[in-house]
Design a protein around this ligand. Structure first.
Ligand code: FE
Ligand code: FE
Ligand code: ZN
Length: 305
């Protein structure tokens, strides 16, 4: 039987880079992972160290983590949709080009990107800006695919439904380099009914084509369907629920697609505000066991005590 490809968001720190990310993923019993090449909320980046990358590859080989299943996420402040401040727009394009180069230096082939927010412009112009930006960024010889993420529709976010993503893909010259990352929390918050996931997938296949799915972000949601909020919840503790998420994770048509958890860290106890404990080890175990763990939070707290 084919093994589920599952992992989570992990950190990528200056001193150990990819090696640190791999070791963190292994601490969760994951067989893949996703990282930002620096802090997700800023664009300061350090040069990639090949010695650490080679060491990381060694550990990945030993633990059968396949390079092609590992995901990079571009920082979320990169906004290709808004060109009102032309300097920021050009900065976003330059940064993305460098991010693709960093991915290539690390041997990574999948870069997740939020399409962008149109802010004071409008949807049509926003989409045009994204297309123009991607056309400046994508080189036909690059090994990296850009995975446009499905968004919740918070504020003026673009990419909130399949036809909007399709418009972007169709505008890109080298559209073979553009794929999609489905995020379950975002789909639900955008209004898709995940309890009828077969229908959602059918719609995706009809509009974009199922072969364009490059990654799935598996998150529960804190809010009701169509809330446009984008607040992730731990698996089984939100409004999507364990069974629905499980049916997506184990969907036969998505078998070879990496599944990545981006669920929130939890607090060490109910009196503490700071969320410091990663939930991933126990969420992965629960998913592999195919049964909701009613003591999920307690198990995490006990383990990291
Ligand atoms: Fe994202
Ligand atoms: Fe996501
Ligand atoms: Zn999100």
């Amino acid at each position: 039987m084919e093994e589920l490809i599952i992992g989570s968001h992990v950190s990528f720190q200056k001193d150990r880079q990819l090696l640190g990310s791999v070791l963190e993923a292994l601490s969760y019993d994951a067989n893949t992972f996703m990282f930002y090449t620096g802090a997700p909320q800023n664009t300061s980046r350090v040069p990639i160290r090949d010695d650490l990358t080679i060491e990381a590859y060694q550990v990945m080989r030993e633990h059968d983590i396949k390079l092609e299943n590992v995901i990079v996420h571009a920082p979320y402040i990169i906004n290709l949709a808004n060109n009102e401040k032309i300097d920021s727009y050009h900065f976003a394009i330059t940064f993305l080009k460098q991010e693709i180069e960093r991915c290539e230096a690390l041997g990574m082939t999948k870069l997740v990107l939020h399409p962008g927010s149109f802010v004071k412009l409008n949807r049509e112009i926003g989409i045009k800006n994204i297309i123009d930006g991607l056309n400046q960024v994508i080189d036909k010889n690059q090994k990296v695919d850009i995975l446009l993420e499905t968004m919740a529709g918070k504020g003026t976010e673009l990419g909130v439904n399949f036809s909007e993503l399709k418009k972007i893909i169709d505008g890109v010259e080298h559209s073979e380099k553009v794929k999609v990352c489905l995020d379950t929390c975002h789909l639900h918050d955008a209004g898709y009914d995940l309890t009828h996931f077969d229908q959602v997938l059918e719609e995706f296949d009809h509009v974009i084509g199922i072969d364009k799915i490059g990654c799935i972000h598996v998150n529960d949601s804190k809010n009701e369907r169509a809330s446009h909020k984008d607040r992730h919840e731990n698996i089984g503790l939100g409004t999507i629920g364990f069974d629905t998420l499980s049916s997506i994770i184990y969907h036969p048509l998505l078998k070879n697609i990496p599944k990545i958890l981006e669920t929130p860290y939890i607090t060490s106890n109910d009196d503490v505000k700071e969320k410091t404990l990663p939930p991933y080890r126990f969420e992965i175990a629960m998913i592999l066991g195919r049964k909701m763990n009613k003591n999920l939070l307690e198990d995490i707290r006990n383990y990291y005590k």
